[in-house]
Design a protein around this ligand. Structure first.
Ligand SMILES: [Zn+2]
Length: 155
């Protein structure tokens, strides 16, 4: 289960419309709780692929490290990634699978058809290692209000 606020859901879909006919990509920050990835914030990332930006995405390692540092500062973790598929189904490709390395994370794909965000699907990367990883269909739960960040216990 992936939990997203209505605002974040709309924002990641709108991002795909803005970058059409190219792919957009970004990172989902939040917490894994009770088997669900609960998103508290989304972060847009630049698409560094210039060779074929319409069907591949990539977040530069240096940018990912910066986003991870920001997340820690907010008391959040990276719980997923999103990107768009301009005029292609909202299903993962072999390239998406090969480039997915974050076990337990949610990979969200939005089909953008003729410039309009269409279907959005999420896939959880399951398994215990790179050798036995697989993508599992994952339901998306839209919550109308942003989830509150629980206060952490003092050490
Ligand atoms: Zn893809």
């Amino acid at each position: 289960m992936l939990q997203l606020s209505h605002a974040d859901y709309q924002a990641l879909r709108a991002h795909g419309e803005e970058t059409y006919p190219h792919e957009c990509c970004g990172v989902l920050l939040g917490k894994a709780q009770d088997g669900a990835n609960a998103v508290r914030q989304i972060v847009r990332a630049g698409n560094t692929r210039t060779d074929s930006a319409h069907n591949r995405y990539h977040i530069a390692p240096v940018e990912l490290i910066r986003i991870q540092r920001e997340a820690r500062g907010l008391g959040l973790d990276i719980v997923g990634f999103y990107h768009s598929h301009p005029d292609h189904p909202a299903q993962w490709s072999q390239t998406d699978f090969a480039e997915a390395h974050w076990l337990g994370c949610s990979y969200v794909i939005t089909r953008v058809a003729a410039g309009k965000a269409d279907i959005t699907n999420s896939f959880r990367l399951t398994g215990s290692s790179e050798e036995d990883k697989s993508f599992a269909d994952e339901p998306i739960e839209i919550v109308m209000t942003p989830l509150a960040v629980e206060s952490s216990q003092p050490a």
